[in-house]
Design a protein around this ligand. Structure first.
Ligand SMILES: Cc1cc2nc3c(=O)[nH]c(=O)nc-3n(C[C@H](O)[C@H](O)[C@H](O)COP(=O)(O)OP(=O)(O)OC[C@H]3O[C@@H](n4cnc5c(N)ncnc54)[C@H](O)[C@@H]3O)c2cc1C
Length: 488
């Protein structure tokens, strides 16, 4: 793989930035009064104020989240990101980062610049070294398409439209998490702009503190501009989903809850209670009715995988049975997550076990007779390779959870008000089996109390210490960041 990044400023990790244009005021203007035009001329990319073209890039995938920064900086190169961060530091502003807005955070502040990474789309695959250098503007689908012709695949998430950098900074659990481990464990290098505006390349050997904290710590320690990651030599899995009628949900869920923990490590699975809307994109047997999907992926070969699934297939007659040999370029088909932007509410918890009592509680709150307003109530089986200590430690905690629970509800009439309350009630019903922890990717929140649940105390403390070192002015102290080591 070419090791020369496309932007020369990242080629020299600690390179000084181009001289900043002189700022007019002797005493810098602060906050909302900052002279943003002075930043505008320092950028290769575009700066957009609320009434200017380009500001709409702030609109996130989750359109329920208001994202209204003072300005949007559409970065075209790492230096643009550094210029924005330096400018913010000089003028008492803060800087948030967004790509797709799948994990968007509310932002309505005239002292925050939003760096949008969408134009950082450099993507190079090294088929011999089985690695890829991926600009922070790429989404998984682009990496999948670039790697597939070489028989390679990235360890992506369930939804190919999610941003690579946002996903990996949260650790990242995908449809192969048990057999292949945490996605962030496959990261070799991270190019980042720190809160001081330094452009650095972090690896296990170089700026290893940043390398540790950027894998799991979300945007706490910097704005990622590119990552280098390992690709898997895997053309095909045995995978997909089996969909059952809602009337069979109880039997399917009960069987899955006993069957899933017995699976060997080569097999991944999740189950989703679905209430998909009657839209053209939804297959007719699944539209406008309660159904349940058992998702599955095995890397052990077709015969071994199919044998494992026999017990599940025997529970009831499927509406759709779409498990079989699956090219890894189509891994997104396993979960078939929603693609188009929509107003969603996400709920999340991690469970340490799923005994019969927990299944009772789940079905009482979210089974087909429960009147659940959620579109998706999903349980993913964790464990396997995820649970093992990685080669290089990271800020990702939560390796000991057995299941991840997620809800997705649409914040639109007539269920808009019921969705958040129901998610809270479901989490409360399963609280006896909760680890208390959260996956950073599934708990987007600016609330420190929520964010703190993503990390154990030593990790929180170390992240906060590193953040103070790399961002002494707190320029990046906005959004899903850890700035205090105090326990939740
Ligand atoms: C439908 C759906 C399916 C999902 N499936 C999975 C899944 O299978 N596994 C999983 O682990 N997660 C999953 N997620 C969660 C997803 O990984 C997170 O929401 C992730 O943060 C999205 O990244 P993004 O850049 O697309 O989103 P954004 O909303 O643009 O970014 C979210 C956050 O990521 C951080 N971030 C983004 N870019 C950068 C950057 N360049 N540098 C530093 N920090 C950055 C920031 O904290 C930012 O606030 C899913 C989410 C949805 C909505």
């Amino acid at each position: 793989m070419p090791t020369v990044p496309s932007d020369p400023s990242t080629d020299r990790p600690d390179a000084p930035l181009a001289p900043a244009a002189p700022l007019a005021p002797a005493a810098p203007l602060r906050g909302a009064d900052a002279p943003l035009d002075a930043l505008r001329v320092r950028l290769d990319g575009r700066l957009a104020l609320p009434d200017e073209p380009g500001y709409a890039a702030a609109q996130p995938w989750n359109v329920a989240i208001p994202v209204r920064p003072a300005a949007v900086v559409a970065a075209r190169c790492p230096r643009d990101v550094a210029e924005a961060v330096r400018f913010a530091g000089e003028h008492g502003l803060r800087v948030a980062v967004q790509r797709t807005g799948h994990g968007a955070l509310p932002l309505d502040a005239d002292d925050v610049l939003l760096v949008h990474t969408g134009a950082l789309t450099d993507l190079q695959v090294d088929p011999v070294g089985r690695t890829a250098r991926v600009g922070a503007g790429c989404v998984w689908q682009q990496v999948i398409e670039a790697a597939a012709p070489h028989g390679l695949v990235p360890l992506c998430g369930s939804a190919p439209g999610v941003g690579v950098a946002g996903f990996l900074t949260g650790g990242g659990i995908g449809p192969l998490v048990r057999s292949q481990g945490l996605s962030a464990d496959r990261v070799r290098a991270i190019e980042v702009v720190t809160g001081e505006g330094r452009i650095l390349r972090a690896t296990a050997e170089q700026h290893s503190d940043l390398f540790w904290g950027l894998r799991g710590g979300k945007g706490t320690l910097g704005i990622v501009t590119a990552v280098e990651l390992e690709l898997l030599p895997l053309r095909e899995v045995h995978g997909g989903a089996v969909y059952f009628d809602g009337a069979d949900a109880e039997a399917v869920v009960r069987t899955w809850a006993r069957w899933a923990p017995s699976l060997p490590e080569h097999a991944d699975t999740s189950i989703a209670l679905l209430q998909l809307p009657p839209l053209p994109a939804v297959p007719e047997p699944l539209a406008g009715r309660p159904t349940v999907a058992v998702r599955f992926a095995s890397v052990a070969g077709d015969d071994a995988a199919a044998a494992l699934l026999e017990e599940l297939r025997a529970v009831a007659t499927p509406l759709i049975d779409a498990v079989g040999p699956l090219p890894t370029s189509a891994l997104g088909a396993i979960h078939a997550d929603p693609v188009d932007p929509m107003p969603v509410h996400e709920g999340h918890a991690l469970l340490r076990a799923l005994p019969d009592d927990a299944v009772d509680a789940l079905l009482a709150a979210a089974g087909p007779a429960a009147g659940s307003p959620q579109v998706i109530v999903e349980l993913r089986l964790l464990g396997g390779a995820l649970a093992r200590a990685p080669r290089h430690a990271s800020a990702f905690c939560q390796r000991d959870a057995a299941f991840s629970l997620c809800t997705i509800g649409v914040l639109a009439p007539p269920v808009a008000e019921a969705v958040p309350a129901h998610a809270t009630a479901l989490a409360a019903a399963l609280e006896p089996w909760s680890t208390g922890g959260r996956l950073p990717n599934f708990a987007p929140s600016p609330d420190p109390a929520v964010n703190d649940r993503c990390y154990d105390a030593p990790t929180r403390a170390h992240l906060a210490t590193l953040a103070a070192q790399h961002d002494p002015r707190g320029v990046l102290a906005v959004g899903q960041v850890v700035r205090s080591g105090a326990p939740a």
